[in-house]
Write a protein that binds this ligand. Sequence first.
Ligand code: PEP
Ligand code: MG
Length: 555
Amino acid sequence: MTLTGIPASPGIAIGTAFLFYDETEAGTGNKTIGSIDPYAEINKLEEAMRTVERELTGFVEKSKNVGDAAQADILNSHIYILRDPEIVSEAKRFITEEKMRAEDAYTAAIRETAEIFAGMDDDPYLQERAKDIEDVGNRVTRKLTGVQTQDLSNLPPNTIVVARELKPSDTATLDRNHVIGFATDTGGATSHTAILAKAAGLVAVVGAGDMSPQIKNGEMLILDGTYGIIIVNPDSATLGSYKEKQTAHLDRTEYLKKLAQLPCVTSSGKRIILAANIGSEQEVEEAAKNGADAIGLFRTEFLYLDRDSAPDEEEQFLIYKFVLERMGNKPVIVRTLDIGGDKEIPYLGLPREENPFLGARALRLCFMYPEIFRTQIRALLRASVFGTLEIMFPMVQSVEEIEEAKKFLGDCKHELAAEGKGFAKEIRVGIMIEIPAAAIISDELARHCDFFSIGTNDLTQYTLAADRGNKAVAKLYNPFHPAVLKLIKTTIDSAHKHGIPCGMCGEFAGNPEAIPLLLEYGLDEFSMSAALIPATKDIIMNGECQKKEPGNSSV
Ligand code: PEP
Ligand code: MG
């Protein structure tokens, strides 16, 4: 029997099915018949929440210890969901006003919040967040009712877990030594379970419909995570052919792993810098593992998300120090805060805007809120002595903005010097080219900075007037459009004319079809998600990919 689903994490796993039944929703969310003691119920709820927080904190630590940054991030976000004051006060209101038992009250409060997210039907990312909220809810209600789940932490070798759904807290306990993959009925390519599978190197197929009821415990399975195929009890010919595919996949993985440690040089002898984009200090491990020559973009705004208040100077200093030290003498380009646009930070209480992508975003916002900017720049300067820091300003559109940002940087240096605090003598300062105006006047801008990095994600949306997150105009959002390519080429030429390097940190840099074109334009540095680095290196060194002609279709 062959079943299909969505490919979530590539590779081929051949093993034995273990059916996982999830005891969801230990609470009913209904009113309780009979009387309750509200104080006792609130105490029970608070105790259960404390226990869950301890458990989740333990899982975060465990994930960090095994170098699984993705899992640590997701479980961390669960701690924030758990602490969400609105959910907690709603659950307490259900207890005191509706006279519900703690588990029912908490289930009802969780459901209300999860339904808001699940209802955002044009945004799969937010829909997936509903799953995280339910996951936290189930964890707490299970504590309250004592309902146990199956143990996933101790399974026989070569196990393939089959489930209706696997929640992040289920995958957190997965026996990494013996589980080789999983298949689920629900979930999409961007689901947390898919992200976790990739990060853990497990083969995974998700969204396979009514697959799990058709599989029995102990049956032999082939899981093809590259094409989203699940074969139950394969015949010997199928098994033989998949064993060959498995060997080929492992060989390729091994080859790419070796390649990761070699310098990236084109056939004409040009050294290309392959860098990683990161959004947290945990991701630096993945960058190093994949052979990144540098961090080409540290999206620092992510440090501000999923929390109740902004990270202070000390917290930021420790994060930047950690990344700089881990990268040794390799450059780390830290982009200053790019809040605004699609990245909202509720606790900053910033005014709502009609057109946030064209509004007070990134550097503009930093100038408007100098205290926020100052905290970050001071933290960066103090950390600079621990490695090779480069500072990059986002959303620049004029020479005046570069001058103002550099003046701000200079003032912070004076301040620190006066306090007797050290910072590196040489800190290169660059800008992102992501506004068409900046690309057009790049010849002028190049005189005022040490490097460029092209942000094609925004450059494409602004050049083509097509919102990068709007599905309705996804076809128009095409970085191969001749206008975008012309701006890329102009920017690279301007940089070289003034003797500064030009990188790219938008998604286009990791697009295999774009790479030959970008090499031809003379791009010096390609920065992308760490996992893409080895395959990109293969394309650059061995020319595995066909060049795509400008404009011929959208991506
Ligand atoms: C870009 O715009 O290409 C970029 C790298 O920045 P972000 O995606 O964070 O806006
Ligand atoms: Mg951008």
